[in-house]
Each structure stands twice: as C-alpha cells, then as structure tokens.
Ligand binder design. Structure first.
Ligand SMILES: NC(=O)c1ccc[n+]([C@@H]2O[C@H](COP(=O)([O-])OP(=O)(O)OC[C@H]3O[C@@H](n4cnc5c(N)ncnc54)[C@H](O)[C@@H]3O)[C@@H](O)[C@H]2O)c1
Length: 303
C-alpha cells in the first residue's frame, strides 16, 4: 500500500480524492484548514493529519521527509477568484511560494515517484471552442497567473529531479463538500432557504461542470498510468452548461419552477461566454470516462 501526501486534502476536491484513494493507499494530509474542513476527511486519523501552512518552509520540508511518500498530490491553494482578486499578495504567496516549498520538499525527501499538481482552466484566455492542452495559455486574472507560474515551477522541478509529474487543469468542479460560494452551491443555498425566486448575475456564460467524484477517479488513473516524464491534461466533463441551464437542472430535480431575478451587484462587467474542456487526451491515456451527469449530481446535492 503506497503512501500518499495530499496537500489541501481537507478541501472540496481533496476530500473526494481521499474518498477515492483511501481504500488502497495510506493517506497523509497537509492542510491549514483555512478553507478546508477536518470533518470532510474523518477517515484520515489524527496522526496522519498535519495542520500546516504550505508557506512554512521548514515544517513542510520536515514533514514530507518524515513521511517518505510515494506520491505527492498538491492541491493546496487559494482559488476562489473574487477572493484572489481582493487578496492578490496573499493568494500569490500561497499559490507560488507555497508550491515552491512543496516541490522542494518532494524532491529532497528522495522517496517520491510521481507528483500531481492541480492547475486550472483559468490558465487559458477566452476561446469560443473546446480547449485542448495545445491551445496557447494566457491567464486573465491573478489566480490563473499564479497557477500558470505553478505549472512552470513543476517543469523546473521535473527537469531537476526527473520525477514523473502530472499537471492537471481542472475545469469547474461541483459535488459535495463545496467550500467556496461558487454558482451551484449558491443556487443550492438559496433553494435550501426555501426560495423559489433566486438572485443571480450573468445567466448566459457557459461552463464545463465536472463532478468531484469523476475528478477523483481521473486523479487516480493519472497517478497509476504508465506515462513517463511530465505531461499536462485537461480535466472537465466535456459538456458546457449556461447558468440558466443549471437552474433548469435544479427545477427538474425539485419538480418546481424557480424564478431568476438579476441582481445587479452580481453581474460581472466582462465574463467569458465559454469555458469548455477537450478531454480526449485524458481519455486516450487513461481510459477515463465521466459517470456523473449534471442531473444526478444536483439530485444528490438536493437530497
Ligand atoms: N473547485 C474548482 O472548481 C477548481 C477549479 C480549478 C482548479 N482548482 C484547484 O483545485 C485545488 C483544490 O481546490 P478546491 O476546490 O478543493 O478548493 P478548497 O479551497 O476547498 O481546497 C484547498 C485546500 O487548501 C487548503 N489551503 C489553502 N491555503 C493553504 C495553505 N497556505 N497551507 C495549507 N493548506 C492550505 C484549504 O484549507 C483547503 O482545504 C486548488 O489547487 C484549486 O486551485 C479547483
């Protein structure tokens, strides 16, 4: 049973990855619980959970060396874009300096066979078609820029260490244990408050929503694949939905009409109209196929 360190493991996607890997791996978690929740990962015993800030270089070097993991899955980051925009220094420090510490510790400990880095679709500029990994990058915000820097740091890490490195660009996640007020939890919260007239911003932009359980299976398959060297993969569902279509999915599951009111405070002046992943590379390398549709996912959230 291999040892795996997951940074940010107490978060939204981390908790799904742990649920996926825990049956056949020994899991250790580094998380400062700034956004994550210890209760999401009650299956991780206290002596495998380290409440540490990835900016604390000496502690990160020591802890990863103590554990001697086979894999490091680096998810810890600040990623809610409005929060990053309001706190540009802090979020860049965590996403860049923190990543340097995790990579240095991963190289120094001498045991790691594969590193996984959670990047984002926010490294791409605006495209109206599905994006492949070959589309030129060009982030539009500080968050995307910090993650693109993380990708470059991973390339340097791989060149220096020779350790197999997976860079995975996550598209819009949805599922249980959401930690940030993204679109789907926002609709869910308003509906759970009994509202059937909900307040939203822009309704037409489309996003590629992927369930965290499907993401977690893809992470497993990428970590177990026989890829060598460094490679970059998109991870989305490959289908895009507008905000209005997401509300319609809630209506189908509730069996009730939900009115939408436009809240001017929520309307973004500029927004991407499309953000859609081409996931053919991931599918061809791993055989992965998504299992969760938007309706099944929303059904379990409402339950
Ligand atoms: N949720 C999405 O739609 C999405 C999309 C693209 C990329 N990502 C990336 O996936 C990863 C996981 O995102 P998530 O949605 O689970 O977010 P999340 O906020 O739920 O998880 C991040 C975890 O990192 C921890 N963390 C934050 N700062 C830390 C620090 N300084 N030291 C240690 N731990 C720290 C938080 O407590 C949290 O548990 C992130 O790298 C994020 O950038 C997420």
């Amino acid at each position: 049973m291999g040892k795996v360190i997951i940074t940010g493991g107490a978060g939204f996607i981390g908790s799904a990855v742990i649920r996926e890997l825990t049956r056949d791996h020994e899991i250790f978690v580094i998380d400062d619980l700034s956004f994550g929740n210890r209760q999401f990962i009650s299956e991780v015993p206290d002596d495998h959970f380290f409440q540490l800030d990835i900016r604390d270089r000496s502690s990160i070097l020591k802890k990863i060396n103590d554990v001697q993991p086979d894999w490091v899955i680096h998810l810890a980051a600040i990623h809610f874009i409005p929060f990053c925009n309001e706190n540009p220094y802090m979020s860049s420090d965590i996403n860049i300096s923190g990543t340097i510490n995790v990579l240095d510790a991963t190289q120094a400990c001498g045991s790691v066979k594969r590193l996984f880095f959670a990047s984002t679709a926010a490294v791409y500029p605006i495209y109206d078609e599905a994006v492949t990994e070959e589309h030129p990058v060009g982030p539009l915000d500080i968050y995307g820029l910090s993650k693109l820097t993380g990708e470059h740091l991973c390339k340097m890490f791989h060149l220096e260490s020779g350790i197999d490195t997976v860079i995975c660009r996550f598209f819009n996640a949805f599922g249980p244990n959401e930690t940030n007020p993204h679109l789907i939890p926002e609709i869910q919260a308003q509906i759970n408050n009994g509202k059937r007239s909900i307040q939203l911003g822009n309704l037409e932009p489309k996003r590629d929503f992927i369930h965290t359980y499907d993401m977690a299976r893809a992470v497993r398959l990428l970590m177990m694949s026989d890829m060598k060297g460094l490679d970059t993969f998109n991870l989305g569902r490959g289908i895009e939905y507008s905000v209005r279509e997401i509300v319609q999915a809630f209506e189908r599951q509730l069996g009730e009409k939900v009115e939408i009111e436009i809240d001017p405070k929520r309307v973004r002046k500029t927004d991407r109209m499309h953000l859609l992943a081409d996931v053919s590379k991931l599918k061809s390398i791993t055989g992965w196929e998504p299992e969760w549709g938007i309706d099944e996912g929303i059904k379990t959230l409402i339950q």
